[in-house]
Design a binder for this molecule. Structure first.
Ligand code: HEM
Length: 415
């Protein structure tokens, strides 16, 4: 159950587990009566992030159009001013947050983006596709004969971790460690309970790798970042870059794959449709799952001037919560928005990847990985089904399933 003291407050980490996802009953009510909703602060929140609190209240945008418009307008709604996440930071921590290119000044953000975009373009991804397909097949091979497994970590997390490591140029011996730290970091609420803060663990690996890539440059992203003379990033920016990718490149794709099979299990008619003609339905089914689940439920912006959003006045410095989860269930854009329908004609209009100058640069890659993994599973383990209740992450940020037991008819390894 949500902590009753914070009931109906989005900064209650018990909310997603109790609702099995984003709290759409709240979003619907607010969108209907109070679409730019004031969420009060939570001064008692025991912050797991050093230097962070939830001491400021914020405006929750529940309408698709408002989330979209604000995402497009960095001048009035800044990612730099106070960072991109819902937590409020002291000066030292804010400086560290701003070393992350997602929260840099617009000109610096564009400069970094120029360096890191090439591997995410269609040509480069096309070259990666056979490796992704092979990895997806190997992952399914590793569980197929067992007749069941824990889906999230035995299956869903492995492809994004490997792909991200290949892309970055992270050698094999670091990979498990990077995955463990990435997972620990996504589990924000328990971050403080680890003997080593996962961010510190990732920073140490980032520095070792940066040294290595300076000595021996290669075609990976890490090498591009540390060897680009024009960028000349300081160590904190390199660390933050590494951390963003360890988190963004992994948890999100893993959770979407888990949501996919959770939803298929709960909606057998939709799964039957998919199985009957996977090539016809797989792409739209993925978009519908992205829309329906919005695994990254929110990012933050800060108003740089006194302004209005959707008619609601707000002050310079106000915190704004872009609720992708609410936007993606807005009936003004998605007919009967709570219906899960893999044939929905406009499913791809969702904002699960954000919009505007900070739109997800990994969206194409995420889609490629999801497609490869889902197709392999549906083809090889067609009767895959849940055999226990999934467990949700306690989080105020990610709508993530972290444990999901599944069963399927054992399938021999064809290779
Ligand atoms: C289902 C999978 C994914 C989801 C739902 C997702 C979601 C998002 C969202 C909502 C944003 C917008 C942030 C903002 O506006 O401030 C974003 C940005 C970003 N994502 Fe993803 N993401 C996914 C996969 C990936 C992958 C696979 C990678 C990389 C390997 C990645 C890397 C990034 C980066 C670097 C940014 C920052 C872009 C910028 O600020 O210019 N994401 N993502």
């Amino acid at each position: 159950m949500p902590n009753t003291r914070f009931a109906d407050n989005l900064v209650d980490p018990g909310l997603f587990p109790s609702e099995q996802g984003a709290p759409h009953r709240l979003f619907d009510a607010w969108r209907a009566q109070d679409p730019v909703h004031w969420n009060p602060p939570n001064p008692d929140y025991a912050s797991p992030i050093p230097g962070a609190t939830l001491s400021k209240g914020f405006w929750v945008l529940t309408r698709y159009q408002d989330v979209f418009d604000v995402s497009m307008d960095q001048e009035r709604f800044s990612s730099y001013e106070a960072g991109i996440v819902v937590w409020d930071f002291d000066d030292d921590e804010l400086e560290r947050q701003r070393a992350n290119f997602m929260a840099m000044k617009p000109a610096d953000h564009s400069a970094v983006k120029r360096v890191i975009m090439p591997p995410f373009m269609p040509g480069a991804l096309g070259a990666l596709a056979p490796r992704i397909d092979r990895l997806a097949a190997e992952i399914v091979d590793s569980v197929a004969a067992r007749g069941g497994c824990e889906f999230v970590f035995d299956v869903a997390s492995r492809l994004p971790v490997h792909t991200f490591c290949e892309l970055m140029g992270i050698p094999e011996h670091y990979r498990n460690q990077v995955a463990d730290y990435g997972n620990a970091l996504a589990d924000v609420e328990t971050r403080a309970s680890h003997s080593l803060d996962p961010a510190i663990g990732l920073f140490a690996i980032a520095q070792e790798l940066a040294e290595e890539k300076r000595r021996n440059p290669d075609a990976g992203l890490m090498s591009a970042m540390v060897n680009d003379a024009a960028l000349n990033l300081d160590p904190m920016a390199v660390n933050q870059f590494f951390l963003v990718f360890a988190l963004a490149g992994h948890e999100t794709t893993r959770s979407t794959a888990a949501h996919f099979f959770h939803l298929m299990s709960r909606n057998p008619d939709q799964y039957a449709l998919l199985r009957n003609d996977i090539d016809a339905h797989i792409d739209n089914a993925m978009e519908e799952v992205l829309r329906y689940t919005s695994t990254t439920t929110n990012f933050r912006r800060t108003a740089t001037v006194d302004t209005k959003i959707g008619g609601q006045p707000m002050r310079k410095g106000d915190k704004i919560y872009l609720s992708y989860a609410a936007a993606n269930r807005d009936p003004a854009v998605f007919e009967d928005p709570h219906r899960f329908d893999i044939t929905r004609p406009n499913a791809r209009r969702h904002l699960a990847f954000g919009a505007g100058p900070h739109v997800c640069i990994g969206a194409r890659l995420a889609r490629m990985q999801l497609r490869a993994l889902i197709k392999e599973i549906v083809t090889r383990l067609p009767d895959i089904r849940l055999v226990g209740e999934p467990e949700w992450l306690r989080s105020i940020w990610f709508n993530a399933i972290i444990r999901m037991p599944v069963a399927f008819t054992p399938s021999p390894n064809p290779r």
